[in-house]
Ligand binder design. Sequence first.
Ligand code: ZN
Length: 96
Amino acid sequence: MNNIPFPVIVAVLFFLGADLVLYLHHRHQKRQRALPEQNDYMRDHGQHAPACIACGATELDEAGCCHATDTRRIVRCATCRTMLFQFQRPEVVSPD
Ligand SMILES: [Zn+2]
């Protein structure tokens, strides 16, 4: 009944798993890049200070879009983890 060699099954499962991981990563990156800028977010929701639209919390976390030190910052609610907006952190110019 099962005449497919075991290493072939392992290889196919590996590539399908890798494809799934890449798909989920690209979908997450696309959602991050589609977030509104901070000023647009605050204007659209009538806020003077940024707050979560899902739960109302004012404690927010930020992280880099592509990597930890990316100047494109993604802001999430610290309570419910909803992605809220993005902003561009100014480049730090090293004195040399
Ligand atoms: Zn929230």
